[in-house]
Design a protein around this ligand. Structure first.
Ligand SMILES: *[C@@H]1O[C@H](CO)[C@@H](O)[C@H](O)[C@H]1NC(C)=O
Length: 342
């Protein structure tokens, strides 16, 4: 009972409050707390026919815990403690904070997508859950998975509707070691020949700003930006004054706001297959398999990040670590050993 009370109390307390009107709703939710504690949530989910993913997670936390459920409980606790320790005074959530949170009403899911962390495959899975491609995520092309408007965002709903979903749905996100994600973004969007749209948009901007006597080809195409130049661009205060970082290199905490929203499952790219299977077991969609990446990538990703960072001066390494520090702290990543921070 004690644990169960805590669980719901925390969840209700963290239900986000959107503006003054919603503060009232939050107050109402708190008043409702005893009712929630006495009622099995499964019975109010879809007329009681099926358990919601959130209810399944709750059951796991009550019963004899599987080792995997225990790992996820510890990650949630660590995130909550890190938020209490490191995040600045809580502010109110704004609808635009929720743009990356995708909604599956049929299954009761909220997924905050972080680019470069298997988000294409998660979007495929969410589309397959909606019956697209006869439920086979593998059959959905990447461009279709990213097509705007196919998956509703939590930002599209009215505040009361947002709060209901935040309260009742299982919210999850997937994160990745911040510098491996950054190295992956650089390689994918700026270093590869097929990323010409990104190179024209961001590469040319970086060349114009950083190279006094740039070659006309580089000015026109932005195709040869070096990693050091990319980092200089990220650390330049003008960059974020002009507009927010592009989502491929924006910090995960700034995309998903894990200290304002309550996440029930924090998945990691480093253990993608197990964590994805855990989420899908909560969804209760037998037969749905998370698309496997083409080959195991964990070790090479680290090597590639290390190779890119070895040419970066300790001064810049330090400043970059500061920029991404919250992602390291909130998601329990330690500073990579190849950095020269001292
Ligand atoms: C945090 O990371 C450390 C070191 O990798 C690990 O031993 C520990 O289990 C992690 N804690 C959680 C809650 O994931």
């Amino acid at each position: 009972m004690g644990r169960r009370c805590c669980w719901w109390r925390r969840r209700l307390q963290v239900v986000a409050c959107l503006g003054a009107a919603i503060l009232l709703l939050c107050a109402a939710l708190r008043a409702l707390r005893p009712a929630f504690e006495n009622k099995a949530l499964g019975s109010i989910w879809l007329g009681g026919a099926r358990k919601s993913p959130l209810q399944r997670l709750h059951d796991l936390d009550q019963g004899t815990r599987s080792p995997l459920a225990e790992v996820h409980r510890q990650r949630r606790d660590l995130l909550r403690r890190a938020c209490a320790r490191h995040s600045r005074r809580q502010r109110l959530l704004r609808p635009e904070d929720l743009r990356h949170v995708l909604v599956d009403d049929a299954h009761g899911l909220l997924y905050c997508y972080v680019p470069k962390v298997a988000c294409t495959n998660w979007k495929r899975v969410l589309l397959a859950l909606r019956g697209r491609a006869r439920g086979d995520p593998h059959a959905i092309p990447a461009h279709e998975a990213h097509a705007p408007g196919l998956l509703p965002s939590l930002a599209d709903f009215r505040p009361a509707e947002i709060n209901r979903r935040l309260r009742d749905y299982l919210a999850f996100l997937f994160v990745r070691e911040p510098f491996e994600r950054l190295a992956s973004a650089y390689r994918n969007k700026l270093a590869r020949p097929y990323s010409s749209a990104f190179q024209r948009r961001y590469g040319t901007r970086i060349v114009r700003r950083l190279r006094p006597r740039a070659h006309p080809d580089a000015l026109a195409c932005g195709h040869d930006v070096r990693f050091a130049e990319f980092l200089t661009y990220l650390l330049d205060p003008r960059t974020r004054r002009d507009e927010p970082f592009n989502e491929h290199w924006e910090r995960a905490h700034a995309l998903c706001h894990p200290c304002l929203l309550r996440y029930d499952v924090v998945g990691k790219f480093e253990t993608l297959a197990e964590d994805a299977a855990f989420v899908l077991s909560l969804v209760g969609a037998p037969g749905l398999r998370f698309p496997a990446p083409p080959r195991p990538k964990a070790a090479p990703a680290r090597d590639q990040a290390q190779r890119l960072f070895q040419d970066i001066s300790p001064f810049y390494q330090h400043r970059l670590f500061d920029l991404y520090k919250m992602d390291f702290l909130l998601f329990n990543y330690s500073a990579p050993s190849y950095l020269r921070l001292h």
